[in-house]
Design a protein around this ligand. Structure first.
Ligand code: XMP
Length: 555
């Protein structure tokens, strides 16, 4: 990333440390630290998803993990020596944008068939199997996209255990199977695909439809059948096992070394810190920097949880003055981001230096960030456009190794682990909050007065949304201090005061978002309370713009 590019990130929460460190590193012209090698998993059973570039590949991995079976997504050309340590119990070949007859079409490497493990090919993955094992593919006469009804030819197939004779599925393909390979049976069909499911006696199956998307309601059962009835997995991927295993690994990695972790109040850093604390106790120091841009009661809440309840070693730094001093007169959103990033890294380094010798830095990097930054995104198979890479490196001079216990978890798994670790619900379920905090929710200059206004308005939005039991459902909901002042009337007096905008959106990954259709009476209540309770605000508006074209944050 170049400096002039935005540092907005797709899924946020509290991985701003990475962002800041990334920004700082770029400003100093330093090289990214090499990716840490994952520790070899012990006695783990893994389903390996071979990624041919489908937009749904990550979803397949999530669905399998929901069945309590560990799953990793790897680029299609990953060699066997990288796969073997995972102890694979079966493969899923994902969909993808290619056609098997393209000269440079990605195909399954020989080990997929030679190891005699079960294989489930989905859409393009099914065509790969058919092509490589002697079947025939043709461009479909009709491209099939959308709902279809699947009719089973047999009940005697482990993939279909406890499923009805026909059910709705989601199709999205052009090519289709004309002839199944020798020894394969046609197990199901749709009106447009005579061979919609095929399989042989060795546990190799192909599905023309997508079981991973919600539009295939029985998809979860199909994955369950695959992992348990075909691959004979035990289902040992649980929060409790993950916690026990992580604690062991962290102990092994850190030994008697010392670690630091930046807390932000979000679930990722909270779970990271708690896991590491369980492993190494007071050899972990958490640094919680108040940049003066946090929400109301956020610092108190974080300190209460970590310092008082969890009895962790927390250094609290109130650096509000420093940050606000730097932001004086700054109105450009990207300049705000850079300054906050730079200041953060300075404060962080100063505090870390006071601790004496420290060997490790903990970060709450999640699996989607790893996948985005891995070579998977660079494979020729992928037609998706990746925008942000948020797996930051460390400034080289800090000479710290990374501990990233959440590196293989999805967000919902992090919440589950947080819950299992006993973290409070308002932390495990906190909506994402951007690293630069309220600074990018104030249009124009950030001042103490403006921050106080925004905090008060934001507090009302959050409380009313929580009271309406919508907080968990919404991806984000918050107030924005628009730079606009407008005329109003209060009692007998004319007023000239700020306009607050309310933003509430639904989203799956923050890459796209829809404005939430909040009930009018809820909006009315929020508006009434803001104009009555927050001084210097006389107007409230609701932002009804989707992303794209708007972004979620106003700056
Ligand atoms: P936008 O505004 O780009 O936001 O639609 C997408 C998601 O990213 C968050 N966001 C940030 N998070 N540093 C962060 O840590 C940033 O500079 C930043 N900008 C936006 C935003 O809250 C939303 O969840």
């Amino acid at each position: 990333m170049k400096n002039e590019q935005s540092h907005r990130i797709p899924t946020t929460d509290d991985i701003e440390v990475s962002t800041y460190l990334g920004i700082a590193k770029e400003l100093h012209g330093e090289q990214a630290t090499p990716e840490p090698k994952p520790l070899p998993p012990k006695e783990r059973e893994t389903i390996v998803v071979i990624d041919f570039g489908s937009q749904y590949s990550m979803l397949i991995a999530r669905r399998i993990r929901e069945c309590h079976v560990y799953c990793e997504l790897v680029p299609w050309d990953t060699p066997w020596d990288k796969i073997a340590p995972l102890n694979p119990r079966g493969f899923v070949l994902s969909g993808g944008p290619a056609s098997v007859y393209n000269p440079d079409a990605p195909l399954a490497l020989p080990y997929i068939y030679d190891k005699h493990l079960p294989v489930l090919g989905i859409c393009y993955g099914m065509q790969v199997i058919a092509h490589q094992l002697g079947g025939q593919i043709s461009p479909g006469e009709k491209h099939e996209y959308g709902h279809a009804i699947l009719y089973l030819n047999t009940e005697d197939c482990p993939l279909f255990a406890s499923l009805p004779p026909s059910f709705p599925v989601w199709m999205s393909h052009g090519d289709q199977i004309l002839d199944a390979p020798p020894d394969f049976k046609t197990l199901a069909y749709t009106d447009n695909s005579p061979i919609a499911v095929m399989g042989n006696d060795e546990g190799i199956f192909g599905l023309q439809f997508h079981p991973e998307v919600v539009h295939t309601p029985v998809g979860k059962t199909i994955f369950q059948n695959f992992v348990y009835k075909v691959c004979s997995c035990q289902g040992n991927w649980t929060s409790a096992n993950f916690i026990a295993e992580s604690i062991e690994k962290i102990k092994e990695q850190v030994g008697k070394g010392k670690a630091i972790c930046a807390l932000s109040g979000g679930v990722d850093s909270a779970v990271t810190a708690t896991l590491i604390h369980r492993a190494i106790g007071n050899n972990l120091t958490c640094i919680f920097i108040n940049n003066g841009l946090l929400r109301r009661q956020e610092p108190e809440r974080v300190l209460n949880t970590f310092l008082r309840n969890l009895k962790m070693n927390v250094t609290y730094v109130d650096a509000s003055e420093r940050f606000l001093e730097r932001l004086k007169g700054v109105t450009d959103p990207e300049t705000k981001r850079h300054m906050i990033g730079e200041e953060f890294i300075k404060v962080f380094e100063e505090e870390a230096a006071k601790l004496g010798k420290v060997n490790f830095l903990a970060q709450g990097t999640l699996y989607p960030d790893v996948i985005e930054s891995s070579s998977a995104s660079e494979t020729k198979a992928s037609a998706t456009i990746k925008t942000h890479h948020n797996v930051g490196g460390l400034p080289a001079r800090m000479k710290l190794s990374l501990i990233e216990p959440l590196r293989y978890l999805f967000k919902d798994e992090v919440r589950e682990v947080g819950f299992a670790l006993g973290l409070p619900e308002d932390m495990t379920w906190r909506q994402p909050f951007p690293g630069p905090g309220l600074a990018i929710r104030i249009v124009g200059e950030v001042t103490r007065e403006r921050l106080e206004i925004l905090r008060a308005a934001d507090w009302i939005v959050m409380n009313e949304i929580k009271k309406a039991k919508l907080y968990r459902q919404l991806w984000q909901s918050f107030a924005v201090l628009t730079g606009i002042k407008s005329v109003g009337v209060t009692g007998d007096y004319r007023s000239y005061a700020y306009t607050i905008a309310i933003r509430a959106i639904n989203s799956n990954d923050a890459m796209t978002a829809e404005w939430a259709h909040l009930p009018y009476d809820l909006l009315g209540r929020i508006s009434d309370r803001i104009v009555n309770e927050v001084p210097n605000v006389n107007r409230v508006v609701y932002d009804i713009t989707n992303k794209p074209p708007a972004t979620i944050e106003w700056e």
